[in-house]
Ligand binder design. Structure first.
Ligand SMILES: C[S@@+](CC[C@H](N)C(=O)[O-])C[C@H]1O[C@@H](n2cnc3c(N)ncnc32)[C@H](O)[C@@H]1O
Length: 283
C-alpha cells in the first residue's frame, strides 16, 4: 500500500485519513498550528502527529496529502526547503472538481476495503484531471482512458440537442483538441494507463477485462447509455460505477438514461451529492 503523510490534523485531515485508509497507509500527520498540534500530539487515530515539516526527512513515504486551504504555500515549503518532489505533494481539496475527487476517493476506498479486484476505467477523460486520481487510488490496476480527445461526437450531440437535453453553446465548449501526451504526463503511474482514443462505443470493442471501478463522465445520453450497458455485466461483485453530472442542468439526458437503465435492469443507485454523481454497486 502507498504510504502517505497527511498535512493538517484538524477535521479535514482526519476525515481524509478515514476516507482513504484502504488506499493509503497513513503514517503521520503534520500540523503547524500549535493549538491543533498540542491537542493531537497524543496521536489521532493512533497515527503520530508532528509539528515540524522537517519530519518528512526522516519518514519513508510516497505522498504528502495536504488538507489545508494553503496548498500552494505548503507544497512550496515541502518542495523547496525539504526537497520533496513536487508531484509527491498532492491535495484533494482546492481543485475545481474538489467535490468530485473527494467523492470518488470515498467510493474507491470502499471498493478497496472490500478488496474488489479488476481494471478501472474513465469514459470522458478530457484533460485527465480526475483520471489522475483514479490512477492514484488504484495504482496496481489497469486504467482505461476513453475519450475522443477532441470533444463530443456530432451525432451524439444532435440527439441531445433535439431532445432538449443540452444547448449548442454547451456542446461547443468541449470542442477542443487535447494532446494525449499531456494527459499521460499528469498520471502518477502512467505505465498502468491504456489510452482508448476515439468514439465510444467503437473503442469499447475488444476490451476484454472485468472491472472494479468505472467513472462515466461523458455528459451526453448516448455514450452514457452505451457505457452503462457495456460495463455493468463486466463489473465484479462489489465494484462501483459512478455516473458524474447526473443532476447537471445542462446535460439533463444523463439523469434520464440513468433512471431508464436502473428500471430496465431493476438495479438501484444512490445519489451522494446534490449536483454531481450517482453510484451503482454491483451485487
Ligand atoms: C466533462 S468532460 C470529462 C471531464 C473529466 N472527466 C474531468 O474530470 O476532468 C467530457 C468528455 O467526454 C468526452 N466524450 C463525450 N462523448 C464521447 C464519446 N461518444 N466518445 C468518446 N468521448 C466522449 C468528451 O470528448 C469530453 O472530453
Amino acid at each position: 500500500m502507498l504510504k502517505a503523510i497527511i498535512h493538517g490534523a484538524e477535521a479535514r485531515g482526519q476525515i481524509t485519513a478515514l476516507r482513504c485508509d484502504a488506499i493509503f497507509d497513513i503514517i503521520a500527520f503534520v500540523d503547524r498550528n500549535r493549538a491543533v498540534y498540542s491537542k493531537h500530539k497524543e496521536h489521532v487515530y493512533n497515527i503520530p502527529t508532528y509539528y515540524d515539516f522537517s519530519v518528512v526527512k526522516e519518514l519513508d513515504f510516497d505522498f504528502i496529502i495536504v488538507c489545508s486551504k494553503s496548498f500552494e504555500e505548503v507544497q512550496r515549503t515541502y518542495a523547496t526547503i525539504y526537497g520533496v518532489p513536487w508531484n509527491k505533494i498532492i491535495t484533494f481539496e482546492n481543485l475545481v472538481s474538489e467535490r468530485c475527487v473527494n467523492r470518488l476517493c470515498a467510493v474507491a476506498n470502499e471498493v478497496r476495503r472490500w478488496k474488489v479486484l479488476g481494471a478501472v476505467a474513465e469514459v470522458g477523460v478530457q484533460y485527465g484531471d480526475t483520471a489522475r486520481f483514479l490512477n492514484l487510488f488504484f495504482p496496481e490496476e489497469k486504467l482505461y482512458l476513453f475519450d475522443t480527445f477532441c470533444g463530443f461526437d456530432e451525432n451524439d450531440a444532435k440527439i441531445d440537442l433535439e431532445k432538449g437535453y443540452t444547448i449548442q453553446e454547451t456542446v461547443d465548449w468541449f470542442d477542443v483538441p487535447i494532446e494525449v501526451k499531456s494527459v499521460l504526463d499528469k498520471m502518477f503511474f502512467p505505465q498502468q494507463c491504456i489510452v482508448k482514443q476515439g468514439y465510444v462505443p467503437d473503442t469499447l470493442e475488444g476490451v476484454d477485462d472485468t472491472f472494479s471501478f468505472v467513472h462515466l463522465d461523458c455528459d451526453l445520453s448516448k455514450p452514457i447509455h452505451d457505457s452503462l450497458e457495456f460495463f455493468w455485466p463486466r463489473m465484479n461483485s462489489g465494484g462501483a460505477v459512478c455516473v458524474h453530472d447526473t443532476y447537471h442542468p445542462r446535460f439533463t439526458g444523463v439523469r434520464d438514461v440513468v433512471w431508464k437503465f436502473s428500471k430496465k435492469h431493476n438495479i438501484r443507485y444512490v445519489a451522494n451529492d446534490a449536483y454531481g454523481g450517482v453510484i451503482f454497486i454491483k451485487p
